[in-house]
Design a protein around this ligand. Sequence first.
Ligand SMILES: CC(=O)N[C@H]1[C@@H](OP(=O)(O)OP(=O)(O)OC[C@H]2O[C@@H](n3ccc(=O)[nH]c3=O)[C@H](O)[C@@H]2O)O[C@H](CO)[C@H](O)[C@@H]1O
Ligand SMILES: [Mn+2]
Length: 317
Amino acid sequence: MHLNIKTTGGVLLLLLLLLLRQLYHYIFQSYSGFYKQPCIICSRTDVMTVTPWLAPVVWEGTFNPDLLDSIYKPKNITIAATVFAVGKYIRFLKDFLETAEQHFFVCFNVHIYVFTDRPKEVPKVKMAPGRKLVVHSVPSSKRWQEISARRMEFIQTLIKENLQKHVDYIFCLDVDSKFHSRWGTESLGGLVAVVHPGYYRDDRSRFPYEQRPESRAYMAPGEGDFYYCGGAFGGLLQEVYQLTKTCRTNFEEDAKKGIEAAWQEESHLNRYMWINKPSKVLSPEYLWQDSKSRNPEVHIIRFSGVVKNYAEIRPTV
Ligand SMILES: CC(=O)N[C@H]1[C@@H](OP(=O)(O)OP(=O)(O)OC[C@H]2O[C@@H](n3ccc(=O)[nH]c3=O)[C@H](O)[C@@H]2O)O[C@H](CO)[C@H](O)[C@@H]1O
Ligand SMILES: [Mn+2]
């Protein structure tokens, strides 16, 4: 009995000490000394973790999320996300917003900008403190290509007119997708691109780049690093401003000549990333497709496009 009291007392004391340690971490947001020692001779060997221009490629197992959060938390940063829900695509918004609450920069300041032609149909989603939703009206369109491509123009204008003083980083995302796991501070960088899940094992000759030299999105044979997604990109506000401005101008110059690039703004984005190398590359964990079975190098799916009936959902002309 005597021993039992002693043991229980000891356990309680230990628990108290552990609790105090956690509290200390919580208050000072400092993990110094308490995280797993980095191992300079160990790394993932099944995937590329740094590009030939020395940008990190983010895969599960290459970073410590708590350590990264503890670095960014004291900076009190704000991350914006843009998402377009025009026409029938409004139906994807609820899941997008609800899953973003669970996985996208949890515990950080997040401002989500929704662009829609149906502002009344924007779902009411409860958001945590520090997070908010802002709705902007945009015109409807008869062509899905135009909706998709004009995003560059709207994002450029949004940054110029509304975000300069309030936001540090921005991500521009497709709405027909859901978050499934953490998407956080590990994704922050100057200019950030996501490798497209459909082509990352292919030779560059198979990438669906724009192949007509008349287009400003033209990529010559032998050019190109990776094929990047139009459905997710981001970075520092000023970097994304330059990107959207350039892609918008090039898209409009093409249009004057009656050219529309093979994959609209995605083609222009790929041209931009070829000239201006991204400072961080996100693996296809950051935009998978529900219709695609998972490959062994993909240990976790963070964000994924839902299966949709294109013929039913897109406007027809
Ligand atoms: C995963 C990925 O990289 N997807 C890209 C891909 O096809 P996707 O098949 O993913 O394109 P999509 O139909 O999702 O259209 C792109 C986005 O435009 C918006 N939208 C589109 C049509 C519409 O009627 N209403 C509306 O709101 C919506 O936010 C949607 O998520 O190629 C497109 C080329 O144009 C874009 O580059 C997409 O980002
Ligand atoms: Mn999409």
